[in-house]
Design a protein around this ligand. Structure first.
Ligand code: GTP
Ligand code: ZN
Length: 347
């Protein structure tokens, strides 16, 4: 394999190409961000790997972004993204933290043993939809499950168009099923709880002995071969794998659209409810409750939808808001306690 990948191998495609003006074509190089540090970013482009200094306008970029830079390795601008995972930066009011850009497919990994949980899958689907990334469900540990087909169908029922694979991550034959998603220039990321088999899957997709050298290799200035653990890794099949701690820690926040899209049947029904702000609990003329009564909507779906809507709203609240709520709550407890003390003392 060439040590310097071509731009298409890195995911370059017409969507990005057509964003360049003629002037920019002549003046700047393009590269994809493969690492991110406090001081700047590392990009991979036609000249190999290069470290860039931040752009003068302070534009924020993240791993996976396509950027333009000049011969002095100064960042010029970031190209429009096809998809973006982001989260609210801890402790700030409006700031968001960019996690990963231009991911094509998200492998949502969930094991088929005791850990199997439809609501968790729905949560990941909401994250994928919010980021505008295609989700693919990978159910692992099929070898440790007695009703694989039943569980697979439960997942498929969440969305008839969803790609669902039940695999044994330890068996290379099953990994072939996923090879189709790892084609040249496609960027994948993985999401799933601890222990479900993500690392096993990564190792399997990268090929066991490729693993140690799988990060895109490059001769450093001293002529040595260096291998660093980049956030963007290269799969032997030609795809790219985004593996950042930020992806693994993603939570549901600011994700109202993603949750609505994941529960589109409920969102559609809700439009016909008599009241625009129907909570679908006990209001008259609630079409969602009617669908549950008719048996066309599983009650579990409504419970899950409401739970995820609350969860994303709560996580979206800023830390300051949370503190204020905690403080108000503390005050209330204090008042109740002191009132009861007063009562006990017979005031
Ligand atoms: N039987 C069986 N075991 C599996 C399968 N996939 C993973 N395992 C095992 O499950 C355990 C956990 O797998 P990991 O790949 O480390 O899980 P992970 O999702 O990367 O976990 P974190 O690193 O904690 O996020 C390991 O002992 C794997 O060998 C599978 O399909 N079948
Ligand atoms: Zn309703």
């Amino acid at each position: 394999m060439n040590s310097i990948p071509s731009l298409p191998q890195l995911g370059w495609r017409p969507f990005f190409q057509q964003q360049l003006t003629l002037d920019e074509l002549g003046e700047y190089q393009v590269g994809r961000v493969v690492e991110q540090h406090r001081s700047g970013v590392v990009v991979m482009g036609e000249q190999g790997q290069q470290s860039l200094t931040q752009s003068p306008n302070g534009e924020r970029v993240c791993v996976g972004d396509w950027v333009l830079f000049d011969d002095n390795l100064k960042l010029h601008r970031c190209l429009e993204r096809q998809s973006l995972f982001k989260r609210k930066a801890p402790g700030t009011k409006v700031d968001t933290q960019l996690i990963a850009a231009n991911i094509d497919s998200l492998l949502v990994v969930c094991s088929l043993n005791n850990d199997f949980n439809l609501s968790r899958i729905e949560r990941y689907l909401a994250l994928a939809k919010e980021a505008e990334v295609e989700p693919i469900i990978v159910l692992t540990k099929a070898d440790q499950c007695e009703d694989v087909e039943d569980k697979r169908q439960q997942v498929q029922a969440l969305d008839p168009l969803l790609m669902v694979h039940a695999i044994n991550g330890l068996d290379p034959e099953y990994l072939q099923e996923l090879a189709g998603y790892c084609t040249q220039g496609k960027t994948l990321a993985l999401l799933g709880s601890s222990g479900v088999g993500k690392s096993t899957l990564v190792n399997g997709l990268m090929g066991a002995e490729v693993q140690s050298t799988a990060a895109i290799r490059e001769d450093d200035s001293k002529g040595r071969h260096t291998t660093t653990s980049r956030a963007l890794k290269w799969l032997p099949q030609g795809g790219l794998l985004m593996d950042t701690p930020g992806m693994r820690e993603l939570q549901l926040s600011d994700c109202e659209q993603g949750v609505s899209d994941t529960f589109s049947e409920i969102t559609e029904l809700a439009q016909q409810c008599r009241f625009g702000d129907c909570s679908h609990e006990s209001e008259p003329g609630c079409v969602v409750q009617q669908a549950i009564a008719d048996g066309t909507l599983a009650p579990r779906r409504l419970v899950s939808y409401q739970k995820l809507m609350r969860e994303q709203a709560l996580n979206s609240a800023t830390l300051a808001e949370k503190r204020a709520k905690d403080k108000a709550f503390g005050k209330m407890i204090h008042n109740v306690q002191s009132q009861s003390r007063h009562r006990k003392k017979g005031y």
